[in-house]
Design a protein around this ligand. Sequence first.
Ligand SMILES: [Zn+2]
Ligand SMILES: [Zn+2]
Length: 321
Amino acid sequence: MSNHPTGSITNPFALPDAEGYTWLKGNLHSHTTNSDGKAAPQDRLDGYVNQGYDYLCLSDHHNITFINTVKAPDDFVLIQGAELHPDNPFGGQKHHFVCLNLSKDMDAQHMPPQHVIDEVNRQGGAVFLAHPHWSSVNIHRDTAPLTGFAGIEVFNTTCRVAGRGESSVQWDDWMELENRLYPALADDDSHAIEADRRDTYQGWTWVRVKERSADAIVEALVAGASYASTGPEIRDIQLRRTDEEGAERTQVEATVSCSSAQRIAAVCDSHGTEYHQHSELFETATFALRPNARWVRFEIVGATGLKAWSNPFDLTCLERA
Ligand SMILES: [Zn+2]
Ligand SMILES: [Zn+2]
């Protein structure tokens, strides 16, 4: 089939325990008293450690909060980064980029956005588009003129407080416009202290890695070997070609396993969605996806309404079983 999407995603559920892969839980977007956060860097870090997270980025505005200024337990991974805000020459609000694995500061506020992305990538880092719904990003106007992004924040806790926490529309819009698959993060963007219970420990990203290191985690996030959640756990996703040899249309069957769900939706390119919704909670669902769909991602709505988002999977390169 022609028209393959660009941007390849690694299915994390196909990476076996036997090869040493493990799931790590983390938050990649948080602020401290080094910018407009209310928690000191060490307190922010200690909070996530105490909540059982495996990794964290102290992504203060404009400048890196260097990870050698705080002390983490040996098996906890700190990812050094910042939220950078170049001007937006295309007409929208200034940009919000979550930049991971940065080694050096840059004067992003006085650099064109493409130069900021290029410099982050030159440093071996990765740029994720932060909370586009909250910041009224118009993908066509503000984002599509730029290249070199790693992915997008599909969920942001502090933006949910302000009524615009989920950016799945912007995510789909971007992928549709570019025919490119982008992996997604769920982040807290924590500003408050944890006692406020406002924007801490409510959005996280599970990443599938062999190694507890910042490089391994960022590499896996960029490859899409991850999923985003505010509650539900995704346990497995399997995709199978079911069309006959020589068939006019490709047909894919998908099976999703997860913690208790009230709804699971299979969101494909172009239009529409298949979904399962039952009066009883359920933990697995099988979908016959729309014929010739190019990609699919899954959304799980758990027992209490909290959601999880898989990354999109390319359906155009699946081999027949
Ligand atoms: Zn922001
Ligand atoms: Zn932020």
